[in-house]
Each structure stands twice: as C-alpha cells, then as structure tokens.
Design a protein around this ligand. Structure first.
Ligand code: HEM
Length: 281
C-alpha cells in the first residue's frame, strides 16, 4: 500500500513530466526586464525576514502548481462565479503565500508591464525564499524533494489517524517512533482537531537542512508519505544518503530544477497575466 503510494507519485511525475516542451534558460529576462530577478529577490527576502514561515509557503505553492497541469501558475488563479479554480480544490485549500506573489507581480508590472510570467514569478520567489538555485522525475527526485518537509508545519487532521486510529481499531501507526507519537498526542488531542498545526521537522522547523532525513531515519516523519519512503528498499537507501546537509542541498537543487521545468509554457504558449489571480480579459 505504501509502496503503491510512492509508485503512484512517480507515475504522476512521469506523466506530468512528459508534457514538458520548449526551452528554459537562466537569466531569461536579462534583456526584456533586467531588474526582474532583483525585484523578486528584494521583495521575497524582505518578507521572509519578517515571516519565517514564508519559505515553506512559497516552496509548497510552487510544488502544488507544478503537479497540476505543469508549472503554469494556474494554482494562483481565483475562482469566478462560473468556474471553480484549482486553488479551491481540497488539497490546495491550506496553501498560503498568494499575497506575496501578488505584491511581487504588482512591482514587476510597474517596471516591465506584460513581461514576466506568473509561473516565473512563483518559481523565482520559491527559489529566493530558500536561497538556492532553482522531466521525467524519478524515485530519487521524489525522495529528495520530500526533504522540503524540513521546513513548515502540518495540520493535525492530516496525520492524526497515525496516532489514534491507524487501522480502524483505535491503534497507533507502528512505523512511528513511540516517543514522538506521545509528543504529537500532546499537540493533537483528537481525530477531530482540524486547526492545530505542528512543526514537520521537530527541532529545526525553520531551518532548511538535512534534519528531515535524520528524523525520518529515526521514524519521526510526520506524514504517511514521509514514513513510506522507508518502506521501499530503493527510497530507504536514498534517505540514508541524504543525512548530511551538503549532500541534500546539492541533490535538492538538481531535483527542484527538474520539478520547476515540468510543463512550463514557453515562447508564444500561454500568456503573461497582468494579475496572477485573474486571466487577462
Ligand atoms: C510526496 C508527496 C507529498 C505529500 C503527500 C505532501 C504532503 C504534505 C502535507 C499533507 C502537508 C501539510 C499541509 C497542511 O497541514 O496544511 C505538506 C506541507 C508542506 N509540503 Fe508537502 N507533500 C509532498 C511533497 C512535497 C514536495 C515535493 C514539496 C516541495 C518541493 C513539499 C513542500 C511542502 C512544504 C514546504 C510544506 C509546509 C507548508 C507550510 O508550512 O506552509 N511537499 N505536504
């Protein structure tokens, strides 16, 4: 079942990755909008300084965007009276950070109207928020990218079955460290708690480092998707290889680059939206 979950993810990655086309380049806006990258960086870093949870928001926003119809910033589009947007689909309801993209985009439009796409704005902001360079993804990519759970938090209801009712018999997930489970129970008091959030990487939740993989090896992964990485021999081995931050950073940068290339619209495909939440009229 857990292996099937990993497999399903990889199939999804492969399918989406297969839709990619066109050409992606660094410094794409160096002629058309030379200040674009500096604008994104300055605003992102200013906002991150006052909100340490922001890198996690932006990274997750970018991931959710890329995995539905490719990295086209469709996740930013707001629902209208006639159509329900991707943004309002259940897995996306807890996404945050939209206002940051709006603020950056407003500034970009002032300097270079109609030039910098919303997808690039989101990808650059996610890159700058975690301070590293930003198909056909593999199991290796999936394990490496799951290391993004080194920052941010998770709602109790998304994992509390592991604490209180793992197999429907009021039991606990045996693959979860018992001390960690006892700690989580002090935070998430019941299955019906939908509001409390806990750090995904206890002890270093705001640090982008390899401690997610160290905790994971000690059976302290918060979600079932995290724990599942240990149940497959290949992915378990990769978890073991990512215990040091330097190794994780190198691999993460490469996998993020591949994720960020999924289904990106280039050339004359798509449109440069004036406001990321609304399709141009
Ligand atoms: C393997 C499949 C994945 C699953 C099933 C998964 C699941 C989740 C869940 C359930 C949450 C908690 C949401 C909440 O409680 O509001 C979460 C948070 C998060 N995820 Fe994932 N995730 C996956 C992969 C990824 C990837 C590939 C990335 C980025 C590259 C990522 C980045 C994040 C971040 C940064 C957060 C924290 C958000 C915040 O604190 O604002 N995840 N994920």
């Amino acid at each position: 079942m857990k292996t099937a979950f990993i497999f399903a993810c990889v199939v999804a990655l492969a399918v989406v990755g297969g839709c990619q086309g066109g050409d992606l380049r660094r410094s794409f806006y160096s002629t058309s909008c030379p200040s674009a990258e500096a604008i994104v960086k300055n605003i992102t870093q200013k906002l991150v300084a006052s909100n340490p949870g922001l890198p996690a928001d932006l990274l997750r926003l970018h991931f959710h965007d890329c995995f539905v119809r490719g990295c086209d910033a469709s996740v930013l589009i707001r629902s209208t009276a006639n159509s329900k947007a991707e943004k309002d689909a259940p897995p996306n309801l807890s996404l945050e950070g939209f206002e940051v993209i709006d603020e950056i985009k407003t500034e970009l439009e002032k300097k270079c109207a109609g030039t910098v796409s919303c997808a690039d704005t989101l990808a650059l902001a996610a890159r700058d928020a975690v301070s590293f360079q930003r198909k056909g993804l593999t199991v290796h990519d999936l394990v490496v990218l799951s290391g993004a759970h080194t920052i941010g938090d998770g709602h109790c209801n998304l994992f509390s079955n592991r604490l209180y009712n793992f197999t429907g018999k009021g039991d606990q997930d045996p693959s979860l460290d018992s001390t960690y489970a006892a700690f989580l129970k002090t935070k998430c008091r019941s299955l019906s708690d939908t509001t409390t959030k806990v750090d995904m990487d206890p002890g270093s939740a705001n640090n982008f480092d390899a401690s997610y993989f160290v905790n994971l090896k000690h059976k302290k992964g918060l979600f079932q998707s995290d724990a599942a990485l240990l149940t497959d021999r290949t992915s378990n081995k990769i978890v073991g290889e990512l215990q040091k931050s330097a190794d994780f950073f190198k691999e993460f940068a490469q996998s993020m680059k591949r994720m960020g290339a999924i289904g990106v619209l280039t050339g004359y495909s798509g449109e440069i939206r004036k406001k990321c939440g609304v399709i141009n009229s």
